[in-house]
Design a protein around this ligand. Structure first.
Ligand SMILES: [Zn+2]
Length: 100
C-alpha cells in the first residue's frame, strides 16, 4: 500500500524538522500538507507517540498564550537514526534514478 511508504516518509520528515527546532502537532500537519501529505490529528498523534516510544522523539509541554502545547524534539538516538536513513535514501535515490 502507498500508505506504508508515506508513513516512512512522514516519520523521516518529523525527525528532520524536530532535529532543527521543537515542533508541535498542528505545525507538522501544515508543514506536511505543503508537501502533499494530508494528515488528520488522529493519524499524526499515533505516529508522534510511536516515535516517542521508540525514543527517537522527546516531548515537553510549554505554555503558549495560556494554553499548554506539547512540543517534540529529536533525541540523540533519533538524530543517529536520521543520519543512517539519509545515507540509505541517498543510495536508493542514486539507484532508482539511474534506472530511468
Ligand atoms: Zn518538511
Amino acid at each position: 500500500m502507498l500508505r506504508d511508504f508515506f508513513l516512512g516518509f512522514i516519520r523521516i520528515h518529523i525527525l528532520h524538522h524536530a532535529s532543527r527546532e521543537p515542533v508541535y502537532g498542528l505545525w507538522l500537519i501544515e508543514e506536511l500538507g505543503h508537501h502533499g501529505y494530508t494528515l488528520s490529528p488522529g493519524t499524526l498523534y499515533p505516529i508522534l507517540h510511536n516515535l516517542e516510544k521508540e525514543e527517537l522523539l522527546q516531548s515537553f509541554s510549554k505554555n503558549v498564550d495560556g494554553k499548554i502545547r506539547k512540543y517534540y524534539r529529536t533525541t540523540a538516538k533519533g538524530k543517529k537514526t536520521l543520519s543512517e536513513v539519509k545515507k540509505k535514501i541517498t543510495i536508493l535515490m542514486e539507484e532508482i534514478t539511474d534506472d530511468v
